[in-house]
Design a protein around this ligand. Structure first.
Ligand code: SAM
Length: 226
């Protein structure tokens, strides 16, 4: 017999496929594999497979599964890629990415930066329990600008809304890379895709409305009252 969570997970993924959010086998497999119940607060475990954001610590949220699916699809993730996530939160979205870029533990890797210390600790523990600690490296810091890397990434995923596309993140995107980021200061923001071609030329495309918490830090909404 399937565990109740496994059955609920399967039903959620079926719905996400039917609704058109999941379009690739890689994203479908990742959503079927990563146990979202291990990334929510214990009191919300019973809601882990509702397609909605849920509160975590520090006033932040774990994103809704359909939004994770949309962002993973836009990034066109594949095995072997190196991914940077800004906004680790619970660690769930990082685990989904790791399941695609490093399915058997080898190949790619996910680096994820989290602003709040207590969330960096929370996500690390969740990722360890769920078996992703070797494929996801969590760093506590400001991922809007103060990046502790001297190299670029194939894909960048930003899971909080920025006032504009942070220049440091564009610099850290490899040629041929893609970045997905919500842009805007209102309740509804624009999910924005940044594509850097092989010659380094950058193109920006809008992908419709979305609703995220605000990015903090130097290139975020640091000086605004939020
Ligand atoms: N990806 C997360 C998950 O799977 O649970 C959900 C992320 S939540 C919607 C947004 C996260 O971005 C929060 O955890 C927040 O603390 C973090 N954040 C906001 N500004 C940040 C910054 N400048 N650098 C790093 N993390 C930031």
């Amino acid at each position: 017999m399937l565990s109740p969570f496994k059955e609920e997970r399967r039903k959620l993924v079926d719905n996400l496929v039917r609704e058109g959010y999941v379009r690739s086998k890689g994203v479908m497999r990742a959503l079927l594999k990563v146990p979202r119940e291990e990334f929510v607060l214990p009191k919300y475990r019973k809601y882990a497979y509702l397609d909605m954001p849920l509160p975590i610590l520090s006033g932040q949220t774990i994103s809704a599964p359909h939004m994770c699916a949309i962002m993973c699809e836009e990034l066109r993730l594949r095995e072997g890629l190196e991914v940077l996530e800004v906004g680790t939160g619970s660690g769930y979205h990082a685990a989904l990415c790791a399941e695609i870029v490093a399915p058997e533990g080898g190949g790619g890797h996910v680096y994820s930066i989290e602003y709040f210390n207590e969330l960096a600790a929370f996500s690390k523990e969740n990722l360890r329990r769920a078996g992703y600690e070797d494929r996801v490296t969590v760093i506590n810091g400001d991922g809007s600008s103060l990046l502790p890397f001297r190299r670029g990434f194939d894909r960048i995923l930003v899971t909080a809304a920025a006032p504009k596309i942070p220049s440091k993140l564009v610099e850290h995107l490899n040629p041929g890379g893609r970045m997905i980021i919500p842009i805007g200061g209102g309740l509804v923001q624009i999910l924005t895709l940044v594509i850097k071609d092989e010659s380094g030329k950058v193109r920006v495309e809008e992908r419709g409305g979305c609703c995220f918490v605000k990015l903090k830090g130097l290139e975020g909404f640091m000086y605004e009252d939020y």
